[in-house]
Design a protein around this ligand. Structure first.
Ligand SMILES: Nc1ncnc2c1ncn2[C@@H]1O[C@H](COP(=O)(O)OP(=O)(O)OP(=O)(O)O)[C@@H](O)[C@H]1O
Ligand SMILES: [Mg+2]
Length: 266
């Protein structure tokens, strides 16, 4: 996982970067991509070419593709972790390529819950502190979490409870002392905190047993439905595909895979 993906949250309190209201600028879409091209470094091959992609608000999209086909890269672009060198990338009405890095951090903090493939938990914080973290960077998400449960800690415990992690002995522990599957569920609870409009999940069930996976999927869908959130979900687990409104296959979507510029899969 690229180092840059750890830039999940900014230090500063955000000035809100407001997404365009529905109905203005003719954009109802959660995501609108046109003529996008992205490479990681100036002289590196182009790893992503997407001519046209729209994801509707509230849609639940499953993304599949072989290792190295650009799934995490696409998610990172949607979250404003990186910006395309070419093309338009509009998320919630906001053209991300027109924002600077700090503005993109603020946009992400306010509007995007991101379950990173490598979790990106903060090692020196406890379970509860990790889960409540997005609310330290986003007033919007803090207010939504407070409206839901009264305190941030209660909202964290509600989400953790659905993921079988509410044991009082566990929630105060440093996350580094948890199992990998437990850490993945902490990352999931953190992303759901404060009901962000877009939920991005990068192989979020890779370390979960069948029971925990089912409970996580149920929570994820319930929370997204309740908040009207858009869900963009990458997985190698084809058994989950049928739960989603639509599947995007990188093999068809990413033209960089057709010829020059594609990265090697592993
Ligand atoms: N930080 C980075 N710097 C340079 N190249 C990168 C970086 N991250 C990814 N790549 C390259 O971009 C291409 C796409 O990688 P990406 O991580 O998006 O694949 P993926 O589809 O998510 O794979 P996986 O299923 O293994 O997670 C690969 O060729 C990879 O080597
Ligand atoms: Mg990946």
């Amino acid at each position: 996982m690229p180092e840059r993906m750890t830039e999940g949250l900014s230090e500063a309190m955000p000035e809100a970067v407001e997404p365009t209201r529905e109905g203005t600028a003719g954009t109802q879409a959660a995501v609108r991509i046109q003529d996008l091209a992205f490479r990681w470094q100036a002289r590196a091959p182009v790893v992503l070419i997407i001519d046209d992609l729209t994801i509707a608000r509230g849609e639940r999209v499953f993304i599949e593709g072989p290792s190295g086909s650009g799934k995490s890269t696409l998610l990172g672009l949607l979250a404003g972790v990186a910006v395309p060198q070419q093309g338009d990338l509009v998320v919630l009405g906001q053209p991300l390529q027109r924002l600077g890095g700090v503005q993109r951090d603020h946009f992400r903090a306010d509007h995007i819950g991101y379950i990173f493939q490598m979790f990106n938990l903060i090692p020196y914080l406890s379970v509860v502190e990790n889960v409540t973290l997005p609310c330290r960077f986003s007033r919007l998400r803090r207010e939504r979490a407070l409206a839901r449960s009264g305190t941030l800690e209660q909202e964290a415990l509600r989400l953790l409870g659905h993921l079988d992690l509410a044991d009082p002995a566990l929630v105060g522990r440093a996350v580094t002392t948890l199992s990998v599957g437990q850490q993945q569920r902490v990352a999931a609870a953190r992303a759901l905190m404060g009901s962000p409009e877009v939920l991005i999940a990068d192989e979020p069930t890779s370390a979960l047993d069948a029971d925990r996976r089912e409970a996580f999927i149920r929570l994820l869908f319930d929370e997204c439905r309740a908040a009207g959130s858009t869900l963009i979900f990458v997985s190698h687990d084809a058994s989950l595909e049928g739960l989603f409104d639509r599947t995007l296959r990188l093999a068809g979507l990413n033209r960089a895979l057709d010829g020059a510029g594609a990265g090697e899969g592993e």
